[in-house]
Design a protein around this ligand. Structure first.
Ligand code: APR
Ligand code: PHB
Length: 413
């Protein structure tokens, strides 16, 4: 099915009558989850329409996290969209945790039999996926308005939206609810059919991008009496840094000087290491939340990615969890079209939730080990230091951390 979604309606047409169309899978949201789902389905010859409410530019420029697990890297490579990642991604075999003025290294590759992470901005992943989608000619609608989903318990659910002033009714076999935490899919599930588990943290992260060559070749997570800080990067010339702040912090109230001084205070170690400073080109505050919706399915609607779960960013799991979901979902949908069997679709929620809760556990643990609570209880700080000292005294404990951080291979059954 090919249809132009951006045409404007001639004045003499009655545009209250929606344009109807059909596809196999309607995907709501063009973030990493929705775009990768469309990509995986396309490779199986399955038709989809992706409906996104923001502009292409907004989606591409949105600065998010940037740590890809091996599973995400493998998925991109194996499905033909890994060329730029291969060239520009920065492979890291380990990372540092700093406390009491020293940096300690977790040798992830050595502890996990060679698994590593790759630094590559989430918006770069999105850019590659959009390019791949547009090359297929399959529909990807940006700036859709009034998006809604219906008929979820029928065999022909519907996604309704308006594009270019034209109302559309898209009938399909399945809906991929990939519209993130604030989307419309999860709230369309009746309250009695969904249960949510949630924890909101009393702090957030102030994140910046700086035009400064990274002064460490690997990430540095730091527990400091003044609060958590993280040193990361995007390229050999761009550093990405975060500071623990109040959950409702006004990023604009921080001068560049104050940001650098706070980063220096929390990250600098006694061997003289500190982040290199440079012009700050982007800044923003992210709240911290742990959230899971169960089940991740209602009738023919399948939730994937942030629409079903949110993890605090300390474990770098959000994007990877979204990728693991859609890898599983695409396989289950493909099996349905190939064989008519719904077995994997029926298992989707339970199996995706198992990985989700593992990531929740890890992200919560990393967050509570490295952040200071409101008021900064000195008992907790000493306990956190003891936790970290134990971690670096025990190969078993470091292996456990490295395994979770690197991420388990993606599974599809
Ligand atoms: N209609 C259509 N699209 C919508 C709607 C709606 N009503 N509401 C939201 N969207 C779009 C958003 O604009 C966004 O582009 O859905 C997309 C959801 O993308 P993400 O929020 O990036 O979520 P996801 O694809 O699940 O990716 C998870 O992204 O948010 C990070 O930390 C998260 O790294 C993780 C990853
Ligand atoms: C990032 O580079 O944006 C980043 C790195 C590690 C995290 C979170 C974010 O845990």
């Amino acid at each position: 099915m090919r249809r132009c979604y951006s045409r404007t309606v001639p004045a003499d047409l009655n545009y209250h009558v929606p344009v109807t169309s059909r596809t196999q899978v309607a995907i709501v949201g063009a973030g990493p989850a929705g775009l990768m789902l469309g990509h995986l389905l396309h490779r199986q010859g399955i038709d989809s329409v992706i409906v996104e409410n923001r502009s292409q530019q907004h989606v591409i420029e949105r600065v998010r996290a940037g740590v890809l697990e091996q599973g995400t890297v493998d998925l991109m490579n194996e499905t033909g969209i890994g060329q730029r990642l291969e060239r520009e991604g920065l492979r890291h075999d380990g990372f540092f945790i700093a406390f009491n003025g020293s940096r300690h290294r977790i040798d992830m590759a050595a502890l996990t039999g060679g698994r590593a992470i790759t630094i590559y901005g989430q918006n770069e992943v999105v850019k590659d996926l959009i390019e791949a989608r547009q090359a297929t000619g399959r529909p990807l609608v940006f700036e859709a308005e009034d998006v809604s989903v219906g008929g979820l318990r029928t065999a022909a659910p519907i996604v309704r939206f308006t594009a270019g002033g034209v109302a559309h009714e898209l009938t399909c076999d399945f809906i991929g609810g990939c519209d993130g935490f604030h989307g419309v899919c999860r709230p369309s599930i009746p309250d009695a059919a969904i249960r949510v588990f949630e924890r909101v943290y009393p702090f957030g992260w102030l994140g910046i991008l700086a035009e400064a060559p990274p002064s460490s070749s690997e990430l540095v997570y730091s527990l400091h009496e003044r609060g958590f800080a993280l040193f990361s990067m995007r390229s050999p010339s761009i550093t990405r840094l975060y500071l623990q702040c109040a959950h409702d912090e006004d990023a604009g109230a921080w001068s560049d000087e104050r940001i650098w001084s706070e980063l220096g205070a929390r990250l600098a170690t006694s061997d003289g290491w500190k982040p290199t400073e440079g012009p700050i080109v982007q800044r923003g505050v992210t709240g911290m939340r742990s959230f899971v919706a169960e089940p991740m399915r209602f009738g023919r609607l399948f939730l994937a990615g942030d629409s079903a779960h949110i993890v605090p960013p300390t474990g770098a799991k959000g994007l990877n969890l979204a990728m693991a979901d859609v890898y599983r979902l695409a396989f289950a949908i493909a099996e349905y079209y190939r064989t008519g069997r719904e077995r994997l679709l029926d298992l989707y929620s339970e199996r995706a939730l198992r990985r989700t809760w593992r990531a929740q556990r890890f992200s919560f643990w990393m967050t509570s080990m490295l952040h200071r609570d409101d008021g900064g209880n000195p008992f907790d700080y000493r306990r956190q230091i003891a936790d970290l000292e134990y971690l670096f005294s025990s190969r078993a404990a470091m292996t456990s951390l490295a395994e979770s951080y690197a991420g388990a291979p993606f599974e599809n059954r």
